[in-house]
Ligand binder design. Structure first.
Ligand SMILES: NC(=O)c1ccc[n+]([C@@H]2O[C@H](COP(=O)([O-])OP(=O)(O)OC[C@H]3O[C@@H](n4cnc5c(N)ncnc54)[C@H](O)[C@@H]3O)[C@@H](O)[C@H]2O)c1
Ligand SMILES: [Zn+2]
Ligand SMILES: [Zn+2]
Length: 380
Protein backbone atom coordinates (compact mmCIF):
# COMPACT_ATOMS: atom_id res chain seq x y z
CA UNK A 1 0.00 0.00 0.00
CA UNK A 2 1.35 3.49 -0.75
CA UNK A 3 2.22 5.40 2.38
CA UNK A 4 -0.99 7.22 3.18
CA UNK A 5 -1.24 10.93 3.72
CA UNK A 6 -2.50 11.20 7.27
CA UNK A 7 -3.38 14.88 7.36
CA UNK A 8 -6.80 15.41 8.85
CA UNK A 9 -9.67 16.18 6.47
CA UNK A 10 -10.34 19.87 6.28
CA UNK A 11 -6.97 21.02 7.58
CA UNK A 12 -6.66 24.46 6.06
CA UNK A 13 -3.13 25.62 6.64
CA UNK A 14 -1.16 26.89 3.69
CA UNK A 15 1.32 24.03 3.98
CA UNK A 16 -1.39 21.48 3.28
CA UNK A 17 -2.68 23.35 0.26
CA UNK A 18 -1.60 22.31 -3.18
CA UNK A 19 -2.85 22.57 -6.71
CA UNK A 20 -4.36 19.50 -8.31
CA UNK A 21 -6.23 18.76 -11.49
CA UNK A 22 -9.76 17.92 -10.51
CA UNK A 23 -12.26 17.17 -13.26
CA UNK A 24 -10.15 19.04 -15.77
CA UNK A 25 -9.92 22.25 -13.72
CA UNK A 26 -7.14 23.47 -11.53
CA UNK A 27 -8.44 23.83 -7.99
CA UNK A 28 -6.92 24.18 -4.55
CA UNK A 29 -7.19 20.96 -2.61
CA UNK A 30 -7.14 21.43 1.14
CA UNK A 31 -8.49 18.20 2.47
CA UNK A 32 -6.27 15.74 0.60
CA UNK A 33 -8.95 13.13 1.01
CA UNK A 34 -10.62 11.20 -1.79
CA UNK A 35 -13.45 8.80 -2.53
CA UNK A 36 -12.42 5.19 -3.05
CA UNK A 37 -13.87 1.68 -3.11
CA UNK A 38 -12.59 -0.13 -0.03
CA UNK A 39 -12.90 -3.41 1.80
CA UNK A 40 -11.86 -4.04 5.39
CA UNK A 41 -11.65 -7.82 5.11
CA UNK A 42 -11.47 -10.38 2.31
CA UNK A 43 -14.96 -11.22 0.99
CA UNK A 44 -16.23 -8.48 3.34
CA UNK A 45 -18.45 -5.49 2.66
CA UNK A 46 -17.38 -3.35 -0.31
CA UNK A 47 -18.18 0.32 0.06
CA UNK A 48 -17.23 3.84 -0.95
CA UNK A 49 -15.18 5.50 1.77
CA UNK A 50 -13.39 8.80 2.16
CA UNK A 51 -9.73 7.87 2.54
CA UNK A 52 -6.49 9.85 2.57
CA UNK A 53 -5.18 10.61 -0.89
CA UNK A 54 -1.97 8.64 -1.48
CA UNK A 55 1.28 10.56 -1.58
CA UNK A 56 3.51 10.51 -4.64
CA UNK A 57 6.49 8.14 -4.35
CA UNK A 58 9.93 9.56 -5.28
CA UNK A 59 10.16 7.10 -8.23
CA UNK A 60 6.48 7.30 -9.13
CA UNK A 61 3.55 9.48 -10.06
CA UNK A 62 0.19 10.54 -8.72
CA UNK A 63 -2.56 9.92 -11.27
CA UNK A 64 -5.97 11.57 -11.49
CA UNK A 65 -7.98 8.49 -12.49
CA UNK A 66 -10.36 9.13 -15.40
CA UNK A 67 -11.41 5.56 -16.19
CA UNK A 68 -10.90 2.16 -14.58
CA UNK A 69 -12.23 -1.22 -15.72
CA UNK A 70 -13.68 -4.01 -13.58
CA UNK A 71 -11.53 -7.09 -14.14
CA UNK A 72 -12.05 -10.51 -12.59
CA UNK A 73 -8.60 -10.16 -11.00
CA UNK A 74 -10.14 -7.42 -8.81
CA UNK A 75 -12.71 -9.98 -7.70
CA UNK A 76 -9.92 -12.51 -6.99
CA UNK A 77 -8.18 -9.87 -4.87
CA UNK A 78 -11.33 -9.17 -2.88
CA UNK A 79 -11.83 -12.93 -2.39
CA UNK A 80 -8.39 -13.19 -0.79
CA UNK A 81 -6.89 -15.17 -3.69
CA UNK A 82 -3.97 -12.78 -4.22
CA UNK A 83 -1.08 -12.97 -1.75
CA UNK A 84 0.13 -9.54 -2.91
CA UNK A 85 -2.66 -7.88 -0.93
CA UNK A 86 -1.11 -7.82 2.51
CA UNK A 87 -2.64 -4.79 4.24
CA UNK A 88 -6.29 -4.04 4.92
CA UNK A 89 -8.29 -1.91 4.40
CA UNK A 90 -7.58 -2.11 0.72
CA UNK A 91 -8.51 -0.14 -2.40
CA UNK A 92 -8.79 -2.43 -5.48
CA UNK A 93 -8.51 -1.49 -9.17
CA UNK A 94 -5.65 -1.97 -11.63
CA UNK A 95 -6.93 -1.33 -15.19
CA UNK A 96 -6.85 2.44 -15.54
CA UNK A 97 -6.23 5.50 -17.67
CA UNK A 98 -5.75 8.99 -16.30
CA UNK A 99 -3.72 12.19 -16.04
CA UNK A 100 -0.43 12.70 -14.19
CA UNK A 101 -0.92 15.33 -11.47
CA UNK A 102 2.41 14.98 -9.68
CA UNK A 103 5.72 13.24 -10.31
CA UNK A 104 8.31 12.14 -7.77
CA UNK A 105 11.73 13.76 -7.45
CA UNK A 106 13.48 10.88 -9.29
CA UNK A 107 11.15 10.86 -12.30
CA UNK A 108 12.63 12.24 -15.53
CA UNK A 109 10.28 11.24 -18.38
CA UNK A 110 6.86 12.40 -17.19
CA UNK A 111 5.21 15.63 -16.18
CA UNK A 112 1.96 16.98 -14.86
CA UNK A 113 -0.79 16.84 -17.47
CA UNK A 114 0.49 13.76 -19.32
CA UNK A 115 -2.29 11.34 -20.34
CA UNK A 116 -1.26 7.81 -19.40
CA UNK A 117 -2.04 4.22 -18.68
CA UNK A 118 0.26 1.63 -17.13
CA UNK A 119 0.56 -2.15 -17.38
CA UNK A 120 -0.83 -3.61 -14.16
CA UNK A 121 2.51 -5.35 -13.61
CA UNK A 122 5.05 -2.56 -13.24
CA UNK A 123 8.62 -3.80 -13.00
CA UNK A 124 11.32 -2.01 -11.01
CA UNK A 125 13.29 -1.21 -14.18
CA UNK A 126 16.60 -2.17 -12.55
CA UNK A 127 16.75 -5.92 -11.92
CA UNK A 128 17.95 -8.69 -14.21
CA UNK A 129 14.41 -9.56 -15.38
CA UNK A 130 13.62 -5.92 -16.18
CA UNK A 131 16.97 -5.53 -17.97
CA UNK A 132 16.15 -8.58 -20.09
CA UNK A 133 12.89 -6.91 -21.22
CA UNK A 134 10.64 -8.90 -18.89
CA UNK A 135 9.32 -6.56 -16.19
CA UNK A 136 6.12 -8.64 -16.17
CA UNK A 137 7.99 -11.18 -14.04
CA UNK A 138 10.04 -8.71 -11.94
CA UNK A 139 10.54 -9.81 -8.32
CA UNK A 140 10.01 -6.23 -7.12
CA UNK A 141 6.92 -5.54 -9.20
CA UNK A 142 4.37 -2.90 -8.21
CA UNK A 143 0.78 -3.76 -9.03
CA UNK A 144 -1.88 -1.10 -8.42
CA UNK A 145 -4.79 -2.61 -6.55
CA UNK A 146 -2.64 -5.53 -5.33
CA UNK A 147 0.76 -4.58 -3.92
CA UNK A 148 -0.60 -1.07 -3.34
CA UNK A 149 -3.88 0.83 -3.31
CA UNK A 150 -5.57 0.79 -6.68
CA UNK A 151 -7.58 2.77 -9.18
CA UNK A 152 -11.15 2.48 -7.89
CA UNK A 153 -10.41 5.89 -6.45
CA UNK A 154 -10.17 9.50 -7.50
CA UNK A 155 -6.40 9.32 -7.36
CA UNK A 156 -3.80 6.62 -7.59
CA UNK A 157 -0.10 6.56 -6.67
CA UNK A 158 2.05 4.38 -8.92
CA UNK A 159 5.69 3.41 -8.53
CA UNK A 160 8.45 3.07 -11.15
CA UNK A 161 6.91 5.72 -13.41
CA UNK A 162 9.83 6.13 -15.81
CA UNK A 163 9.96 2.41 -16.61
CA UNK A 164 6.23 1.76 -16.85
CA UNK A 165 3.95 4.66 -17.72
CA UNK A 166 2.57 4.51 -21.26
CA UNK A 167 1.58 7.71 -23.08
CA UNK A 168 -1.92 7.64 -24.55
CA UNK A 169 -2.26 8.67 -28.19
CA UNK A 170 -4.26 11.90 -28.57
CA UNK A 171 -7.05 10.09 -30.37
CA UNK A 172 -7.63 7.56 -27.59
CA UNK A 173 -10.29 8.39 -25.00
CA UNK A 174 -9.85 7.37 -21.37
CA UNK A 175 -12.64 4.77 -21.30
CA UNK A 176 -11.23 2.90 -24.29
CA UNK A 177 -7.69 3.27 -22.99
CA UNK A 178 -8.49 1.73 -19.59
CA UNK A 179 -8.43 -1.83 -20.99
CA UNK A 180 -4.84 -1.20 -22.13
CA UNK A 181 -3.90 -1.28 -18.45
CA UNK A 182 -4.87 -4.93 -18.18
CA UNK A 183 -7.08 -7.05 -20.36
CA UNK A 184 -6.37 -5.82 -23.88
CA UNK A 185 -2.65 -5.65 -23.11
CA UNK A 186 -2.60 -9.04 -21.41
CA UNK A 187 -4.39 -10.70 -24.30
CA UNK A 188 -2.10 -9.03 -26.82
CA UNK A 189 0.92 -10.61 -25.12
CA UNK A 190 -0.89 -13.95 -24.70
CA UNK A 191 -1.73 -14.15 -28.40
CA UNK A 192 1.53 -12.73 -29.82
CA UNK A 193 4.63 -13.26 -27.67
CA UNK A 194 3.41 -16.28 -25.70
CA UNK A 195 1.01 -17.93 -28.16
CA UNK A 196 3.11 -16.98 -31.23
CA UNK A 197 0.10 -16.50 -33.50
CA UNK A 198 0.68 -16.96 -37.22
CA UNK A 199 -1.81 -15.88 -39.91
CA UNK A 200 -4.63 -18.42 -40.35
CA UNK A 201 -3.87 -20.15 -37.03
CA UNK A 202 -6.91 -21.55 -35.28
CA UNK A 203 -7.21 -20.08 -31.76
CA UNK A 204 -9.63 -21.61 -29.24
CA UNK A 205 -10.57 -19.06 -26.58
CA UNK A 206 -12.13 -20.47 -23.41
CA UNK A 207 -14.14 -17.79 -21.59
CA UNK A 208 -15.34 -14.64 -23.33
CA UNK A 209 -15.13 -12.01 -20.62
CA UNK A 210 -12.77 -9.05 -20.98
CA UNK A 211 -9.67 -11.23 -21.47
CA UNK A 212 -11.27 -13.69 -23.88
CA UNK A 213 -13.00 -11.05 -26.01
CA UNK A 214 -9.77 -9.08 -26.21
CA UNK A 215 -7.96 -12.26 -27.32
CA UNK A 216 -10.57 -12.85 -30.03
CA UNK A 217 -10.20 -9.26 -31.23
CA UNK A 218 -6.39 -9.36 -31.23
CA UNK A 219 -6.33 -12.71 -33.04
CA UNK A 220 -8.71 -11.38 -35.69
CA UNK A 221 -6.66 -8.20 -36.13
CA UNK A 222 -3.53 -10.28 -36.77
CA UNK A 223 -5.07 -12.75 -39.21
CA UNK A 224 -5.92 -15.60 -36.80
CA UNK A 225 -9.18 -17.56 -36.82
CA UNK A 226 -10.72 -17.86 -33.40
CA UNK A 227 -13.30 -20.18 -31.90
CA UNK A 228 -14.96 -18.43 -28.97
CA UNK A 229 -16.24 -20.61 -26.13
CA UNK A 230 -18.45 -19.51 -23.26
CA UNK A 231 -21.45 -20.77 -21.29
CA UNK A 232 -23.65 -17.75 -22.13
CA UNK A 233 -24.98 -16.69 -25.55
CA UNK A 234 -24.52 -12.92 -25.07
CA UNK A 235 -20.70 -12.92 -24.77
CA UNK A 236 -20.57 -15.30 -27.73
CA UNK A 237 -22.56 -12.85 -29.82
CA UNK A 238 -20.13 -10.07 -28.90
CA UNK A 239 -17.22 -12.41 -29.73
CA UNK A 240 -18.67 -12.85 -33.21
CA UNK A 241 -18.86 -9.08 -33.61
CA UNK A 242 -15.21 -8.87 -32.55
CA UNK A 243 -14.18 -11.34 -35.23
CA UNK A 244 -14.68 -14.90 -33.92
CA UNK A 245 -15.10 -17.31 -36.85
CA UNK A 246 -17.04 -19.86 -34.78
CA UNK A 247 -18.65 -19.92 -31.35
CA UNK A 248 -19.32 -22.85 -29.03
CA UNK A 249 -21.77 -22.67 -26.15
CA UNK A 250 -20.09 -25.02 -23.67
CA UNK A 251 -23.35 -25.41 -21.75
CA UNK A 252 -24.88 -27.08 -24.85
CA UNK A 253 -22.01 -29.38 -25.79
CA UNK A 254 -20.88 -32.58 -24.04
CA UNK A 255 -17.30 -32.55 -25.23
CA UNK A 256 -15.99 -29.09 -26.07
CA UNK A 257 -12.51 -30.17 -27.25
CA UNK A 258 -14.20 -32.54 -29.73
CA UNK A 259 -16.36 -29.66 -30.94
CA UNK A 260 -13.19 -27.59 -31.51
CA UNK A 261 -11.64 -30.50 -33.43
CA UNK A 262 -14.78 -30.79 -35.53
CA UNK A 263 -14.50 -27.13 -36.49
CA UNK A 264 -10.76 -27.10 -37.16
CA UNK A 265 -9.90 -30.55 -38.49
CA UNK A 266 -6.67 -31.25 -36.62
CA UNK A 267 -7.38 -29.17 -33.53
CA UNK A 268 -6.46 -25.62 -32.57
CA UNK A 269 -2.96 -24.29 -33.18
CA UNK A 270 -3.25 -22.23 -30.02
CA UNK A 271 -5.70 -22.35 -27.17
CA UNK A 272 -6.19 -19.89 -24.34
CA UNK A 273 -7.78 -20.41 -20.95
CA UNK A 274 -9.24 -16.95 -20.46
CA UNK A 275 -11.31 -17.92 -17.43
CA UNK A 276 -9.11 -19.93 -15.05
CA UNK A 277 -10.80 -23.17 -13.99
CA UNK A 278 -9.96 -26.87 -13.96
CA UNK A 279 -12.46 -27.49 -16.76
CA UNK A 280 -11.32 -24.71 -19.09
CA UNK A 281 -7.59 -25.28 -18.50
CA UNK A 282 -8.02 -28.99 -19.25
CA UNK A 283 -10.30 -28.50 -22.26
CA UNK A 284 -7.99 -25.84 -23.65
CA UNK A 285 -5.08 -28.32 -23.67
CA UNK A 286 -7.26 -31.10 -25.13
CA UNK A 287 -8.35 -28.80 -27.98
CA UNK A 288 -4.86 -28.56 -29.43
CA UNK A 289 -3.47 -30.14 -32.55
CA UNK A 290 -0.11 -31.91 -32.23
CA UNK A 291 2.61 -29.47 -31.12
CA UNK A 292 -0.03 -26.83 -30.36
CA UNK A 293 0.35 -24.10 -27.71
CA UNK A 294 -1.82 -23.66 -24.63
CA UNK A 295 -1.64 -20.21 -22.98
CA UNK A 296 -2.83 -19.93 -19.39
CA UNK A 297 -4.11 -16.43 -18.65
CA UNK A 298 -7.04 -17.04 -16.28
CA UNK A 299 -5.93 -17.23 -12.66
CA UNK A 300 -6.17 -20.69 -11.15
CA UNK A 301 -6.99 -19.67 -7.60
CA UNK A 302 -9.28 -20.61 -4.73
CA UNK A 303 -11.24 -23.77 -5.56
CA UNK A 304 -9.51 -23.92 -8.95
CA UNK A 305 -5.90 -23.87 -7.75
CA UNK A 306 -3.53 -26.59 -9.01
CA UNK A 307 -5.65 -28.31 -11.67
CA UNK A 308 -4.79 -31.93 -12.57
CA UNK A 309 -3.79 -31.22 -16.17
CA UNK A 310 -3.79 -33.91 -18.92
CA UNK A 311 -0.03 -34.40 -19.13
CA UNK A 312 -0.30 -37.60 -21.21
CA UNK A 313 -1.32 -35.73 -24.40
CA UNK A 314 1.15 -32.97 -23.52
CA UNK A 315 3.97 -35.51 -23.78
CA UNK A 316 2.66 -37.66 -26.64
CA UNK A 317 1.66 -34.69 -28.82
CA UNK A 318 4.51 -32.40 -27.76
CA UNK A 319 2.16 -29.69 -26.58
CA UNK A 320 3.42 -26.45 -25.08
CA UNK A 321 1.96 -24.95 -21.93
CA UNK A 322 2.92 -21.34 -21.25
CA UNK A 323 1.68 -18.68 -18.88
CA UNK A 324 1.11 -15.04 -19.76
CA UNK A 325 1.22 -12.12 -17.33
CA UNK A 326 0.51 -8.54 -18.39
CA UNK A 327 2.58 -6.74 -21.05
CA UNK A 328 5.82 -4.77 -20.68
CA UNK A 329 5.45 -1.02 -21.28
CA UNK A 330 8.10 -1.16 -24.02
CA UNK A 331 5.96 -3.69 -25.93
CA UNK A 332 2.94 -1.35 -26.15
CA UNK A 333 3.75 0.50 -29.43
CA UNK A 334 2.55 -2.21 -31.85
CA UNK A 335 -0.60 -2.69 -29.76
CA UNK A 336 -1.29 1.07 -29.72
CA UNK A 337 -0.69 1.12 -33.46
CA UNK A 338 -3.35 -1.56 -34.01
CA UNK A 339 -5.79 0.48 -31.92
CA UNK A 340 -5.18 3.95 -33.39
CA UNK A 341 -5.24 2.67 -36.97
CA UNK A 342 -8.63 1.05 -36.30
CA UNK A 343 -7.49 -2.53 -36.97
CA UNK A 344 -8.25 -3.42 -33.34
CA UNK A 345 -11.56 -2.03 -32.09
CA UNK A 346 -10.75 -1.66 -28.39
CA UNK A 347 -13.81 0.57 -27.86
CA UNK A 348 -16.11 -2.32 -28.76
CA UNK A 349 -14.94 -4.27 -25.71
CA UNK A 350 -16.55 -1.66 -23.46
CA UNK A 351 -20.26 -2.32 -23.11
CA UNK A 352 -21.14 0.00 -20.24
CA UNK A 353 -19.80 2.80 -18.07
CA UNK A 354 -20.74 3.45 -14.46
CA UNK A 355 -20.00 5.89 -11.64
CA UNK A 356 -17.55 4.97 -8.87
CA UNK A 357 -20.51 4.87 -6.48
CA UNK A 358 -21.81 1.79 -8.34
CA UNK A 359 -18.47 -0.04 -8.40
CA UNK A 360 -18.85 -1.83 -5.02
CA UNK A 361 -22.08 -3.49 -6.18
CA UNK A 362 -20.61 -4.29 -9.59
CA UNK A 363 -17.57 -5.95 -7.99
CA UNK A 364 -19.75 -7.94 -5.60
CA UNK A 365 -21.93 -9.05 -8.54
CA UNK A 366 -18.88 -10.81 -10.00
CA UNK A 367 -19.65 -13.71 -7.65
CA UNK A 368 -21.76 -14.69 -10.67
CA UNK A 369 -21.08 -14.24 -14.38
CA UNK A 370 -23.50 -11.53 -15.47
CA UNK A 371 -21.37 -9.01 -17.30
CA UNK A 372 -21.18 -8.96 -21.09
CA UNK A 373 -18.03 -7.19 -22.28
CA UNK A 374 -16.06 -4.78 -20.14
CA UNK A 375 -17.59 -2.38 -17.59
CA UNK A 376 -15.60 0.81 -16.98
CA UNK A 377 -15.96 3.35 -14.16
CA UNK A 378 -15.71 6.86 -15.62
CA UNK A 379 -17.40 9.15 -13.05
CA UNK A 380 -15.56 9.89 -9.83
N1 LIG B 1 -2.62 -13.47 -16.51
C1 LIG B 1 -2.93 -12.19 -16.51
O1 LIG B 1 -2.08 -11.32 -16.71
C2 LIG B 1 -4.37 -11.79 -16.31
C3 LIG B 1 -4.79 -10.50 -16.64
C4 LIG B 1 -6.14 -10.19 -16.54
C5 LIG B 1 -7.04 -11.11 -16.06
N2 LIG B 1 -6.59 -12.34 -15.68
C6 LIG B 1 -7.51 -13.38 -15.25
O2 LIG B 1 -8.19 -13.84 -16.41
C7 LIG B 1 -9.46 -14.37 -16.04
C8 LIG B 1 -10.56 -13.73 -16.87
O3 LIG B 1 -10.72 -12.37 -16.49
P1 LIG B 1 -11.96 -11.53 -17.09
O4 LIG B 1 -11.93 -10.19 -16.47
O5 LIG B 1 -11.99 -11.67 -18.57
O6 LIG B 1 -13.17 -12.41 -16.48
P2 LIG B 1 -14.73 -12.34 -16.78
O7 LIG B 1 -15.43 -12.71 -15.54
O8 LIG B 1 -15.04 -11.04 -17.45
O9 LIG B 1 -14.96 -13.47 -17.91
C9 LIG B 1 -15.03 -14.84 -17.65
C10 LIG B 1 -15.93 -15.47 -18.73
O10 LIG B 1 -15.86 -16.89 -18.61
C11 LIG B 1 -17.17 -17.42 -18.87
N3 LIG B 1 -17.28 -18.75 -18.32
C12 LIG B 1 -17.69 -19.14 -17.07
N4 LIG B 1 -17.65 -20.48 -16.97
C13 LIG B 1 -17.22 -20.97 -18.16
C14 LIG B 1 -16.97 -22.27 -18.67
N5 LIG B 1 -17.12 -23.36 -17.91
N6 LIG B 1 -16.54 -22.39 -19.94
C15 LIG B 1 -16.34 -21.29 -20.72
N7 LIG B 1 -16.55 -20.03 -20.28
C16 LIG B 1 -16.99 -19.87 -19.02
C17 LIG B 1 -18.10 -16.39 -18.26
O11 LIG B 1 -19.41 -16.49 -18.78
C18 LIG B 1 -17.40 -15.07 -18.61
O12 LIG B 1 -17.88 -14.57 -19.85
C19 LIG B 1 -9.58 -14.14 -14.54
O13 LIG B 1 -9.09 -15.27 -13.84
C20 LIG B 1 -8.63 -12.98 -14.32
O14 LIG B 1 -8.21 -12.90 -12.98
C21 LIG B 1 -5.28 -12.70 -15.81
ZN1 LIG C 1 -7.00 -7.28 -14.84
ZN1 LIG D 1 12.65 -5.49 -11.97
Amino acid sequence: MPSANVRAPGSQTLTTQRWIINRRQWVIDNALNMQAVTFQEFRGHLSIAEVPEPTCPADGALIDVRATGLCRSDWHGWQGHDADIKDLPHVPGHEFAGVVVEVGSEVRNWKTGDRVTMPFVAGCGRCEDCASGNPQVCDHQFQPGFTGWGSFAERLAVRYADANLVRLPESLDYVTAASLGCRMATSYRAVTAQGRLRPNDWVAVYGCGGVGLAAVAVAAALGGRSIAIDVRPEPLKLAEELGAVHTVDASDVDNVPNAVRGLTGRGADMSIDALGSWATATNSILSLRKRGRHVQVGLLAGDHANPPLPMGPVIANELEIVGSHGLAARDYPPLLDLVVTGRLDAAKLVTRTLPLADAPAALAAMNDFGEVGVAVVNEF
